[in-house]
Design a protein around this ligand. Structure first.
Ligand SMILES: Cc1cc2nc3c(=O)[nH]c(=O)nc-3n(C[C@H](O)[C@H](O)[C@H](O)COP(=O)(O)OP(=O)(O)OC[C@H]3O[C@@H](n4cnc5c(N)ncnc54)[C@H](O)[C@@H]3O)c2cc1C
Length: 395
């Protein structure tokens, strides 16, 4: 899966852009100077747009770079080297997934009102599915309802972990539209503008000691008899889970390649620090066999993880995501584990510096622990992959 010479040029220019323009903004982010950081980051977004590096995950018809999933995976790895990389090219979660939903299932009116400004980077959105009172691992068990009233729906329920809801223009809400239907046809996805009466952003949930801000926050929302027209529904009634399923395969490739980018940056920082930090005069940390083991183990794990993810992406590109379900399940938990191990080794190599916010390692260590939970907890993926494998052995 060697990139073409044209793609190699694109990858190296994006890498230079990330190193020179985006990484220098990280200290502002890590020191909670969010407003100032966003002013600069929005300028960098314009720069990315003018260079033609905008929406790598979207087709050219909609103003994107028109990359295959494998190619976008390679771009995503480079963007993942910075906490701010994906936002700089307007391919951050959950907007990237919401764009794909609107492209596939939006009506012309929904596309004009919500998709176009999202693609332009003028607004943001959130995806509101998980509920505090119900297990996200069993998404068919949901309390939020959308009840018809004339031409409208009245939505009632509580959601949490709606990433990026602060400052978003609209939410895509998953709600039960027919409680009597077959369990995978009970829910629909409905667009709710955040200025609709009854939409209450209750709080930004503190995650590992930080509430975050804007696209880097996770919010609890109450939908208190929120009235929206039925024309805000995406796709046919009852298609909520089918639509959610469609975005999961490519979404997991995006996450896994972003995590590999995080691993690569942390690996570089670990090797640089091990080379520079002397434990006795003239004796750098890199001479210690423990550190050498961590470097070798990390290198092997990252290389293997990348091949697994690109293989899954290739299968989706060639045969569709249904055919690649097993590969996608495997990479989701495997790469999340590699990420956690590499970050831990990089942090440990830095000693006390590792737990400060002088490098991005501690931020990732805190916030990417969740990689083993969001988009399906490890245990859920392992269970479904194992069951699929075992079916082949049942006589
Ligand atoms: C940082 C972050 C961002 C998120 N962003 C969003 C978002 O934008 N929108 C949104 O709607 N949601 C979001 N989520 C929520 C996420 O999708 C859920 O946390 C996830 O689906 C797990 O659901 P839960 O937290 O309710 O855990 P539960 O379902 O209560 O599960 C708890 C634990 O039980 C175990 N478990 C569960 N089922 C099984 C099983 N079958 N077999 C064995 N063990 C099992 C697992 O270890 C699991 O971690 C986000 C979560 C995080 C942490």
């Amino acid at each position: 899966m060697e990139p073409s010479s044209e793609l190699k040029k694109v990858l190296s220019t994006i890498r230079e852009f990330i190193e020179k323009e985006i990484i220098p903004l990280e200290p502002l982010f890590l020191n909670h100077q969010y407003a100032e950081m966003m002013t600069h980051l929005n300028e960098k977004r314009q720069m990315a747009k003018s260079l033609g590096f905008w929406l790598p995950q979207i087709s050219q018809e909609y103003g994107g770079m028109g990359l295959t999933l494998v190619e976008h995976g390679m771009v995503s790895e480079i963007l993942g080297r910075s906490i701010l990389g994906h936002y700089a090219l307007n391919c951050q979660a959950p907007d990237a997934g919401n764009m794909e939903i609107l492209i596939e299932h939006g009506t012309p009116e929904q596309k004009e009102k919500y998709l176009q400004p999202l693609l332009a980077g003028d607004i943001r959105s959130c995806f509101s599915m998980t509920e505090p009172e119900n297990p996200g691992s069993n998404p068919t068990w949901m309390s939020t309802t959308a009840v018809k009233d004339g031409d409208d729906y009245i939505i009632s329920g509580n959601k949490w972990f709606s990433t990026g809801a602060e400052g978003a223009n609209f939410a895509i809400v998953m709600a039960i539209t027919d409680p009597k239907a077959e369990k995978y046809q009970r829910a629909s996805q409905i667009i709710v503008p955040v200025d609709t009466s009854g939409f209450h952003l209750v709080r930004k949930t503190s995650v590992m000691g930080e509430r975050g801000a804007g696209w880097a926050s996770h919010c609890e929302i109450t939908y208190d008899h929120v009235r929206v027209p039925q024309t805000n529904r995406l796709g046919p009634e009852g298609s909520g889970f089918t639509i959610a399923q469609e975005r999961l395969g490519p979404g997991r490739i995006h996450h896994c390649m972003r995590w590999i980018g995080i691993c690569e940056r942390s690996f570089d920082l670990m090797c640089e620090h091990a080379t520079l930090r002397e434990v006795a005069p003239g004796h750098p940390l890199a001479e210690q066999q423990t550190i050498q083991n961590w470097i070798a183990e990390s290198r092997a794990e990252i290389n293997a993880a990348r091949l697994m993810v690109l293989d899954a992406a290739h299968k989706i590109d060639q045969k569709g995501q249904y055919a690649a379900r097993e590969e996608v399940g495997l990479i989701k938990f495997h790469v999340a584990g590699v990420l956690q191990r590499v970050l831990d080794r990089a942090l440990q190599t830095h000693g006390a510096l590792g737990v400060t916010d002088e490098t991005p390692i501690a931020y990732w260590f805190r916030h990417e622990r969740a990689a083993r939970i969001y988009d399906g907890a490890d245990e859920v993926h392992k269970r479904s992959v194992a069951r699929r494998i075992l079916r082949r052995y049942a006589s």
